[in-house]
Write a protein that binds this ligand. Sequence first.
Ligand code: NIG
Ligand code: FE
Length: 418
Amino acid sequence: RESKRDESPTAANDTLTVVHSAAELVVGPDDDTGLVVSEDAAFAAVDGRVAAVGPTEEVLADYPLDDAETTIDATGKTVLPGFVDPHTHALFAGDRSDEFVAKLQGATYEEILADGGGILRTVDAVREASDGELVANLTTHLDEMLAHGTTTVEVKTGYGLDTETELRMLDAIDRAGENHPVDVVPTFMGAHAVPRGMDTDDYVEEVVTEQLPAVAEQDIAEFCDVFCERGVFDADQSRRILEAGREFGLTPKIHADEFAAIGGTDVAATVGAASADHLLHTDDEGRETLVEAGVTPVVLPGTAFGLGAAYADARAFLDAGHEVALATDFNPNCFARSMGFVATLASVGMRMTPHEAIRGITSAAASALGRADGTGTLRPGSPADAVVLDAPNATHLAYRFDTNPVSTVLKSGVVVDA
Ligand code: NIG
Ligand code: FE
């Protein structure tokens, strides 16, 4: 993945970037559940990596503005690590706004899916879309995410549900990512739903014996994910797919306990998943299982908000000693691309402090993607991915929810959105 960053069109070579005089600068997580925040602070980046961070005076003494290719005066503003969105279904086609109306009138997500709608309608639209349309659709969404501060995003397949279309989706994710400043992390999710008229065990067999070998051969996907849910894939089927994926070098992830707790947390622990996501119905035992196995919980408040459902119990996860990661879950059932809005929902809906929410969309989110290179922090050595907020402190990210407070985004030390 490192090589990809170096090949990116925005990668800097031998360049110095200095962002200075920030009212607040978020360095990264502290030892508790909060953040290390510096005031009147600066960071310097050399060749796309953070070289120094601290009081403006000290940073400028070692990295004078005159030597820098790029300088940003952040007086009165706040600097944060670039946001990491570790769970999206951002590649799709078609429109499901009519299902939004149906759900407001009482239809449930599970009923719509069982009737052949929901994910299965998006599958129809994706199978019909051309490769060019798929790349263009994803690129539009990546642009919007970047403008809202996201510098790394995971994107899942799962609207193909056959080998050909799943591979086409991975190819589109790869192509959109190559030509975009946002780092795109591809996840194979052939087990997102069962195709209409197909027996679930037969489909699991297809995923394991046909789709996974082809995905491994194509060599784009990094993770393998499964929708472990009542009426979709049960715990045994999910385990089988994730273990097979692991054999092919794909790190497991799992959609668990969204509508019912059917054993997804146990599966996550036994297969060594990087993350377990949704977790609306997880109990204390499930939380303990995850914490003992080192699985990062990813909670998705936008999904609960959009469905009018109860939020995941993020506080219980924090109390159990978890890092809690947050993601948009952007998909046709949850049309939200802004991590700032996710931070608002996490604070207002789940009682995370705004600083805990910022951890959730930065360093904890990087853990959910297995990134151990400092992504999601602005410590020396970290990728110089940063967001400048047009606001006097970090709390404003969650506090403001009407318009986008992001004024500038840097990827690998280069301004990519202003
Ligand atoms: O994470 N729950 C399963 N997958 C998505 C929804 C995808 C869709 O409805 O198109 C999710 O919410
Ligand atoms: Fe999802």
